[in-house]
Ligand binder design. Structure first.
Ligand code: R5P
Length: 324
């Protein structure tokens, strides 16, 4: 049962997701006024008292990444100056997290910069979903939860009741994600040998592992321009995969993603609703899996000081039963 001083606030990036959580938790969204000045500056005001409250703001930094990030920071600032007990920034999609290290001299590490900005703005805690690499959690000097959607996707795969499957990582960096999926589904893994000659360009030449005659499920954190996933699908089919499905937590879908996905031989593209996907970005083979139940439970348990481990264990138990 949610206590009286619990407040849920939505930014403008994914109102549908916030409304879903509010409905499931049977709480109203705290009203906020968010508008733009003529020069583009963002104005936010919380329209009711949050004094002494445990406040959760849901705002993914989805496209437009910088604008939505700025709105999140300003919302946190508006709250910080209104004496709440605690502010939790719920960032279902944490943009800028892909720049997590220097790969060339004189590059920034924006994943750290943005973590600093969120902390300095006044967040006491962050909740994120499937950040690009898990160590990004350590960029925050406040408690941070990085939730994965493996049980949601694994359940979707288990429901297909297919025999010879293989879980594929589209690059070496995603190997541990693929391994986690494979463990739940009791399946082998394969890894695509991907290089990035330049940003947003994916070049693949080889597959490590056996995909011949198997249904391949590529699992990734993000589909941005869809270069990685469509290149991966082509090479998997070239190496003898029977069919290819693509699953990614965050559907960023920057141009030309939709065109690439529609033209690809991928059977289904599955993403979650961490990002609100407008109609024009919905490829014909797109399937959506909602994080609303998982996010609602996370918010509720965070508020009540309860662990999430048991929730994941229960989800895994159900999948285990299905694949037996
Ligand atoms: C890269 O390391 C990520 O995990 C994704 O594979 C990548 O960001 C997807 O980008 P795109 O869809 O533009 O290839």
């Amino acid at each position: 049962m949610l206590k009286e001083h619990f407040k849920l606030i939505s930014g403008t990036a994914n109102r549908k997701l916030s409304e879903g959580v509010a409905n499931l938790l049977k709480v109203p969204l705290t009203p906020v006024e968010i508008k733009r000045f003529h020069d583009g500056e963002i104005y936010c005001r919380v329209l009711e008292s949050v004094r002494g409250c445990d406040v959760f703001i849901i705002q993914p930094t989805s496209p437009d990444a910088s604008l939505n990030l700025m709105e999140l920071l300003i919302l946190i600032d508006a709250l910080k100056r209104s004496s709440p007990d605690k502010i939790t920034a719920v960032i279902p999609y944490y943009g800028y997290c892909r720049q997590d290290k220097k790969t060339k001299p004189r590059e920034p590490i924006t994943a750290k910069l943005v973590a600093n900005m969120i902390t300095i703005a006044g967040a006491d805690r962050v909740i994120m979903f499937d950040v690009h690499v898990a160590q990004v959690q350590g960029f925050f000097d406040i408690p941070s939860d990085n939730l994965d959607v493996i049980p949601l996707f694994a359940d979707y795969i288990a429901d297909k009741k297919l025999k010879d499957i293989v879980i594929v990582s589209p690059d070496a960096g995603g190997a541990s994600r693929a391994r986690s999926f494979a463990k739940v589904l009791n399946a082998p893994i394969a890894i695509i040998d991907k290089r990035r000659p330049e940003q947003n360009v994916a070049a693949v030449e080889n597959v490590i592992g056996n995909v011949k005659g198997r249904t391949a499920f590529i699992v990734d954190d993000i589909i941005d321009t869809a270069g990685s996933i469509t290149e991966a699908a082509s090479i998997l089919l070239k190496f003898g995969a029977k069919e290819v499905y693509a699953l990614a937590t965050h559907g960023v879908f920057s141009s030309p993603a939709v065109d690439r996905l529609n033209k690809s031989q991928i059977k289904e593209v599955v993403v979650t609703d961490t990002i609100d996907i407008p109609k024009e970005k919905r490829a014909s083979k797109l399937k959506l899996i909602s994080i609303v139940p998982l996010l609602s439970e996370t918010v509720k348990r965070t508020h009540e000081g309860l662990p999430m481990g048991v929730v994941y264990e229960e989800m895994y138990r159900k999948i285990e039963k299905k694949i037996k």
